[in-house]
Design a protein around this ligand. Structure first.
Ligand code: DGT
Ligand code: CA
Ligand code: CA
Ligand code: ZN
Length: 603
């Protein structure tokens, strides 16, 4: 965690505690400041060293907050924050993980019932105590009780978007060490699952001890969980990081083994057994001349001593045929190397054996983003700044899709029909003034109401280049209603892209659960694309839905929903999610050229 992140987290905690104690406006100011501290390019500790004025130079950081930041670096704490923590000693993060429970609720329930933990919250709800608190009722109590299991489950796993930057930092730290020959991530993070149990790293080296020591000394490691000879585990940014160190000749086999999934590995191992070979984390061995080694492995033993290509005395069993590279392992099994995103035992082993793996979409294939915001709605940057940012990333085109007014869109954040017409001119003006190498389209993010109607006038929609339609309200409706809603939306003649189909927020809100097959079939018929929203809090559609869309023949669109230039870089999370759904370049609407996109929109 950088010190900017650390200070941002403190300011956010401050904001929650202020809000919980009933303070108005200030919490919003603290949250805005936190966001800007986090995004600021200069290290906050350097600014704090120069004094309050330097800290207050950061956008939206006022004198009061700047002085608290300086206080933190000078004394190691912020007195007012410490007092607030004592006043409200509750597990804020744990409690607010429950949908419908915000800092204010935490404050009220602590004051009335002394609730400080998720367990106490559950006990109070079960005992019917919450409905007795003023401002709460039976319905609220019931909702809290319903949402606790989801919150409890969610807190066990880290979102991909939170874990991946930690993994990247660890990778580059380890890659710089002299003793390291190769380093890779493995496990679920290499498969780009949307949530991660822990981060797995694999290093090839013949100097194990110094590498273990380097990991425990890593500046981002907050605590050491385990430091052995060939492995070590630390905690960084709240996530466990597991490191294994192997010999270079075993690196490929270990990478294959520790990437998983377990189910994929079982299928691959059985393929080895069929060929008189034995695959484990140490290599692929020819055991055709060895007795008693032909048991089909269907459980995955994970027991190294009995499964390492050696017998009880440590003698090699069989001859090594592969193991140095992962591709070599697959090739020796007469398979094409399987991209990690596909390794879920869902047809990929047969496809790789038949030479029929999909040609998965890559980040570099994308030509533009079809879902982005500006300061006309809730974005933080002007139309021109966002277009420039898209051009900087080498895109051929950029689509401006601010929020239309409607259900689920806060206050006057969304644009009404007159404002959309006004924005059309502003977009055209901005397109004139920015670089010529990016084509600009004017779109909108319209709202799908609970029944599936689009809440912006048809005539306005008809004038726009592109319409993304998304659900932003009624996200608790049942599956049947959700199916009808989304089918009707994708069939709307002006809708081009179904935005974040379920409205889920990973680890915080489950979203709607429509019949996916029905929705993608309707989308394929209507010629509407299914969005893979790349915001790492969403990753919506998920891999399974992408796979259904691809099978049904509905195009997908990998969009970032960016509200800042930097958020355009989230695109990789969307691309890898699309790859988990077997999406090829040809399935991807925004991998088409500007002409190809126009053809789709006009068709
Ligand atoms: P996660 O961390 O829960 O998101 O999921 P993974 O897939 O990263 O699982 P993890 O961290 O427990 O182990 C990493 C990979 O190592 C896993 O995908 C497959 C492999 N692996 C670990 N232990 C075993 C085992 O006992 N048997 C088999 N067959 N594979 C294992
Ligand atoms: Ca893992
Ligand atoms: Ca692990
Ligand atoms: Zn949206």
């Amino acid at each position: 965690m950088s010190r900017n992140d650390e200070v941002a987290a403190l300011l956010e905690e401050f904001a929650d505690l202020l809000e919980a104690t009933g303070v108005e406006y200030k919490p919003t100011a603290y949250r805005r400041a936190a966001e800007n501290v986090r995004e600021h390019t200069a290290p906050i500790e350097n600014l704090a060293g120069e004094g309050e004025e330097a800290v207050a130079e950061i956008d939206r950081v006022g004198d009061a907050i700047a002085s608290k930041v300086v206080e933190y670096f000078e004394t190691g704490e912020i007195e007012e924050l410490a007092a607030l923590r004592e006043e409200l000693p509750a597990d804020m993060a744990g409690l607010t993980a429950v949908e419908g429970v915000g800092p204010k609720t935490v404050g009220s329930l602590y004051e009335a019932l002394g609730v400080t933990t998720l367990d106490e919250l559950e006990a109070a709800a079960e005992a019917g105590e919450i409905r007795e608190v003023s401002g709460f009722g039976a319905k609220t109590e019931e909702n809290i009780l319903d949402n606790i299991p989801f919150a409890r489950e969610a807190r066990k796993r880290t979102r991909l978007g939170d874990a991946r930057p930690v993994a990247d930092a660890a990778l580059s730290y380890l890659a710089d060490l002299d003793a390291v020959e190769s380093v890779e991530v493995c496990g679920s993070i290499r498969r780009w699952k949307d949530t991660i149990g822990d981060i797995d790293l694999l290093v090839a080296s013949d100097a194990r001890e110094p590498i273990v020591e380097s990991l425990t000394d890593w500046s981002e490691a907050d605590a050491t969980i385990e430091a052995g000879t060939g492995k070590a585990s630390v905690r960084a940014s709240g996530t466990r990081v597991d490191l294994r160190i192997v010999d270079a000749e075993e690196f490929g086999a270990a990478l294959q083994y520790f990437t998983g999934s377990r189910a994929h590995n079982v299928a691959v191992r059985n393929r080895a057994i069929d060929r008189g070979l034995k695959l484990n984390e140490y290599g692929l061995f020819d055991i055709s001349d060895v007795d008693g080694e032909s048991d089909v492995d269907d459980a995955g033993s994970g027991d190294a001593a009995a499964d390492d290509g050696t017998d009880a005395d440590g003698q090699r069993v069989g001859e090594r045929v592969a193991g140095e590279t992962e591709a070599g392992v697959y090739e020796a099994l007469d398979m094409d190397p399987v991209p990690p995103e596909l390794r879920e035992d869902d047809g990929e082993v047969a496809a790789a054996a038949a030479g029929e793996l999909p040609e998965l979409v890559e980040t570099g294939d994308l030509r533009g983003d079809l879902h982005t915001h500006t300061d006309w709605s809730d974005g933080g940057f002007s139309i021109a700044e966002m277009i420039d940012a898209a051009a900087d990333r080498g895109y051929d085109y950029h689509v401006v899709t601010d929020h239309a007014a409607g259900p689920g869109i806060f206050g006057n954040t969304g644009l009404d029909e007159a404002e959309i017409a006004e924005q059309a001119e502003a977009v055209a003006d901005a397109a004139e003034s920015v670089r010529a190498d990016v084509e600009v389209f004017h779109g909108i993010e319209a709202n799908i109401d609970a029944e599936g109607a689009i809440t912006t006038d048809d005539a306005t929609l008809a004038d726009l280049d592109l319409v993304v339609a998304s659900p932003h309200s009624a996200l608790g409706q049942d599956g049947e209603a959700a199916t009808e809603r989304l089918v009707r939306a994708v069939e709307h003649p002006h809708v081009d892209v179904l935005g974040h189909p379920t409205g889920r927020l990973i680890n915080s809100r489950p979203g709607i659960a429509p019949d996916v097959e029905a929705v993608v079939a309707a989308a394929a018929d209507a010629g509407t694309a299914i969005e893979v929203n790349a915001n790492p809090a969403r990753l919506d559609a998920d891999g399974d839905t992408v796979r259904a869309a691809v099978d049904a023949g509905a195009p997908i669109a990998v969009n970032t929903d960016a509200h800042t230039p930097r958020e355009l870089d989230n695109v990789r999370y969307g691309v890898h999610t699309a790859r988990r759904g077997w999406a090829e370049t040809g399935d991807t609407l925004n991998a088409r050229s500007a002409d190809g996109l126009r053809e789709f929109l006009d068709g």
